[in-house]
Ligand binder design. Sequence first.
Ligand code: SF4
Ligand code: SF4
Ligand code: FES
Length: 370
Amino acid sequence: MSEAILYTDSPTMDVRLKIWRFDSTTGDRELKEYEVEAPEWATLLDVLDIIKDRVDGSLAYRKSCRMMICGSCGMRMDGGAVLACKTRMADIVASGRVPTISAMGNLPIVKDLVVDMTPFWSKFRAIGPWLRPGYDRPDDGKEYRISQERMNVIHKESLCINCGCCVSECNAMESDPEFLGPQALAKGMRFVGDPRDAGTVERLEDYNDSHGIWDCTRCYYCNERCPKGVDPRDAIAKLGAESIKHGIDRDMGAKHAKWFVKSAMTTGWLREAELVPKTQGIVSAIKQTGFALELARHGKVPPPFPPHVAERVKEARLLYDLVKEQGRDGALGIVQGEHALARIEFLEEHGARLNAPEIQPGVEPPHAEG
Ligand code: SF4
Ligand code: SF4
Ligand code: FES
């Protein structure tokens, strides 16, 4: 009997949901509706336990920790990946919604809500998820200590529990199953950003190959679905910034990003007319001349010469110099941007002082002044 049923004193609610049942041995697929009584505090996982205990023992799903740690219970609710043990049902029931539960996407289904994680683990292994030690042990025999600033770079990536929710919703993986994907790349950043690791350049070279970081479509859906706040897309952006910093810019995606920066630094604007030759090369640009002329005819492309320079372009150049001077042109710059956004969000939410101290990941923000 499940733990949920033992809490008989708790107020209860009637939960209705539909589950896509599937049997890979027969190919049978059926959407079945269930209605059970569950405690008001029940999660989706508790409800599945009750269904399995009381209604249909053949229902298949994975679980272990029940507390958002093991990463076993990833599945889809109404088409978006969730951790079943993190998803409370009370609000859903109150809204009258009858959610549809199905297996995660981008992975083969074995039975009902259980997917075959083999492709997931293959990509995980492919990025080399172990430390390649390359640091000198302190002479005094004490531990090798890392500054908080350096740890901030990989703080979020270290939170990954390998649940696969990001992979389930990755658009790039849907069109290219060989794409390394958000979870593997976030884990890759966890080692690229680790100051104790000696494999940075080798790793970046690998992640820059085909099916690597530049195949991401930047849809940000992985950030939205990750139940642990890892923000895999941000990790991929950090890998891109680190690659360019280390001179690994052979991919068109890297050239594209570099041109954005150069254009903003020199003119304060994006010089779109030069984007194609700078990104794809002259030959490709010539091939697209007809298209470019058509755009120009409709006033979509400003004349490239003389380049339009923003009135206060000096500010853009100063900012560029500052980033270079502070060595924040790699992942550190992205982390700084994340902190700045968190700070703005905090200020907006709490009306705190403009000179509030910087918010560190994992540290409770200071109490706001009214
Ligand atoms: S942002 Fe990139 S990695 Fe994340 S879901 Fe979209 S395509 Fe996949
Ligand atoms: S990045 Fe987030 S969604 Fe993806 S596997 Fe890790 S914890 Fe799960
Ligand atoms: S059961 Fe472990 S994360 Fe849900």
